[in-house]
Design a protein around this ligand. Structure first.
Ligand code: ADP
Length: 447
């Protein structure tokens, strides 16, 4: 400010001095007045330059001047630069937030107060078939025409979610999307969507499983209760009592098998994956399978004119097959289960052939071939489901629980092995297990 006054005075004195020199005291007064005006115009022009620059705010073209206008321009420049940095900072932050929302495994849609899409992530776009760019500012009601969603949106009660059929849903591959709206800000709404197909399927499976278990236990229990009542109320002969008690023992045994298999399954689910520390000779596993298979066959065919023809590789061949890594009891139960199934489902007189074959990649295949009834193709993918049976009565007659193949599949998965089933109705079935090379040793040395 001091400079400004000094400048003004200098102009006045210079103008006054020039006027005095030209025309005496009157000339001095006129010169001072003219100099004052000239200073005013010069100052105004400087101000106009700063104002003109402020209108564009171009930081590359700041007017270079001294004095009060120069300082004003400089301060404005600094403020603008600060502002620019702040804007850049908040833009970066907005981009980061949008990138995080983009990376979300759930669909995110931001709706304005009129229910128009302001932004949506790629997941929401694919779940609802939106175009993340083209559909901006489109009303969600026009794009999502599902009646359940329309009712949910109109009711404005967003305390719970609504589950909609996914746009790619088909009867064989249902897709279920949960949509939840959350009001925020000034009448705006946040739409969160997530794929709940797997959750719903797991829930349905859990319900089915509980229903199946209850049914499996209740059926023998009802029979048992009936026999107990009969024994309590009717005067029975010793023979009849013995017969009834025999049937009761059978039902109790059935319940015990179901519980036993359920416990095995839950133990498998809860235990750590089998390591590579424990090795069992392939020969001993096969030997146990053979003993169990032959004993079961003898039991099932004891009153029949013919038995099964059962073939296993010779002990001599098996001796050179080396060892397999895993939990011996689990491996034994899985392999025996396949042999026992072949025995149980093959009528007397049929044959069962068990093979252990090395593969070129160092793995091995254990396969059980039978000449039983065979399995229709539509049942094959479902055989390893819990309690899935093709022939319920045959399964029950031979002491089946419907859990055997579920246990086998679980054990094999834990050991990195796979189960393949091929079958021809009326001809027989082949159940093959492929073990990976890393679980086998000793073959090359001895073979
Ligand atoms: P189950 O205790 O009923 O035998 P599994 O899980 O072991 O239960 O087998 C499931 C179903 O697969 C059986 O009920 C049966 O219908 C079918 N199955 C299994 N093995 C054979 C086989 N070797 N031949 C024909 N059907 C079989």
């Amino acid at each position: 400010m001091l400079w400004r006054i000094t400048y003004f005075l200098v102009w006045q004195i210079a103008g006054g001095g020039l006027g005095w020199w030209e025309a005496g005291p009157w000339g001095a007064a006129l010169g001072a007045a003219l100099a004052g005006w000239a200073w005013f115009v010069w100052d105004l022009l400087r101000g106009v330059r700063v104002l003109r620059w402020l209108r564009t705010g171009d930081l590359a073209d700041v007017p270079a001047m001294r004095g009060i206008w120069g300082e004003a321009a400089d301060r404005a420049r600094r403020l603008l630069r600060k502002q620019e940095a702040l804007v850049r900072d908040s833009q970066d932050r907005l981009q980061e937030i949008l990138a995080a929302l983009q990376a979300s495994p759930n669909g995110v849609v931001l709706l304005d107060a009129q229910g128009r899409i302001e932004w949506c992530n790629q997941m929401a776009a694919s779940q609802f078939g939106f175009d993340a760019q083209r559909d901006v500012m489109q009303s969600i009601g026009n794009l999502l025409r599902n009646p359940e969603f329309t009712a949910y949106f109109a009711a404005k009660d967003f305390s719970s979610d609504v589950v909609l059929e996914g746009r790619l849903s088909t009867p064989s591959r249902p897709v279920r999307i949960s949509v939840h709206l959350h009001p925020y800000g000034d009448g705006r709404t946040l739409l969160l969507s997530r794929d709940v197909t797997a959750l719903e399927q797991a829930d349905a499976m859990r319900r089915d499983f509980v229903a199946n278990v209850s049914h499996e236990i209740r059926t023998p229990l009802t029979v048992l209760t009936g026999f107990v009542e009969t024994l309590q109320t009717l005067p029975l002969s010793a023979d009849e009592r013995a017969r009834y008690l025999g049937m009761m023992a059978q039902q109790a045994q059935r319940m015990q098998s179901v519980v036993q298999d359920l416990l095995t399954l839950s133990r498998l689910e809860g235990s750590p994956l089998p390591g590579m520390a424990e090795w069992t000779p392939v020969q001993s596993l096969m030997q146990r399978c053979e003993e169990e298979g032959r004993a079961l066959s003898a039991l099932l065919t004891q009153n029949q004119p013919r038995t099964h023809e059962i073939r296993f590789p010779s002990a001599e061949v098996l001796r050179s097959e080396g060892d397999i890594a895993g939990v011996p009891a689990e491996l034994q139960s899985a392999l025996s289960n396949l042999v026992n199934n072949a025995v149980r489902y093959t009528p007397a007189g049929g044959s069962i052939a068990v093979v252990w074959e090395r593969k070129e990649d160092g793995g091995a295949v254990f396969s059980v071939q039978d000449t039983g009834p065979g399995i229709a193709p539509e049942h094959i993918p479902r055989l390893t489901e819990r309690f899935y049976r093709v022939d319920r009565s045959r399964s029950r007659e031979t002491g089946g629980t419907g859990l055997g193949l579920a246990i086998v599949k679980h054990v094999l998965q834990r050991h990195g092995a796979t189960l393949d089933i091929s079958s021809t109705l009326g001809k027989g079935s082949v159940f093959s297990v492929t073990f990976p090379a890393n679980r086998l040793r000793g073959f090359a040395l001895q073979g």
